[in-house]
Design a protein around this ligand. Structure first.
Ligand code: SF4
Length: 166
């Protein structure tokens, strides 16, 4: 299976109760190879919830205790994001998933970019907490921005091949 951020597949789990529906991914969802995951929901965070940003670093630093996460109200939500990341990793292991496609820019799912930590709309380079944990454990993690028809066909064909060889 291929893990995909649930908000990209039309699930209304984004912090503001909306989705980040990605038309191409939604179309390929019919192939039955995607597993919708939302680390923040799996950590039992509510929808809607205040936006969160990583403070003083990136997901990798959060994993090693050198950065934290707060929401717009100043509440420390680090433990929620760590819990959500851990649940996603457990799901990946249970399904033998080797690939994830996650939502760019999120403090949990961001692959190459996250918000600055100042709630000023600016972005910096870095991964979200769940993306960083999956990468640390050897998964290949793409952003929705990497997706083309060609790449999705390849990823799905490879996923089917892996299933048959198990
Ligand atoms: Fe989407 Fe990930 Fe945020 Fe959940 S945690 S709403 S899957 S970007």
């Amino acid at each position: 299976m291929i893990l995909v951020s649930a908000c990209l597949l039309g699930h209304k789990v984004k912090y503001n109760g909306d989705t980040n529906t990605h038309d191409l991914l939604l179309k390929y969802n019919d192939r039955g190879r995607f597993l919708a995951v939302c680390p923040e929901c799996f950590a039992r965070m509510p929808v809607p919830r205040p936006p969160m940003e990583i403070q003083g670093g990136n997901g990798r630093k959060v994993l090693s205790g050198r950065a934290s996460v707060t929401d717009l109200n100043g509440m420390d939500t680090t433990q929620y994001l760590l819990t959500g990341a851990d649940k996603i990793l457990k799901i990946a292991m249970a399904y033998h998933a080797r690939v994830a496609i996650l939502k760019e820019g999120s403090p949990s799912c961001g692959v190459r970019q996250i918000h600055s930590g100042h709630f000023d709309g600016k972005k910096i380079k870095g991964q979200g907490v769940a993306a960083a944990l999956l990468i640390k454990h050897g998964l290949t993690v793409y952003s929705e921005q990497d997706m083309t028809i060609g790449r999705l066909e390849e990823l799905i064909a490879e996923d089917i091949r892996r299933d048959r060889s198990h």
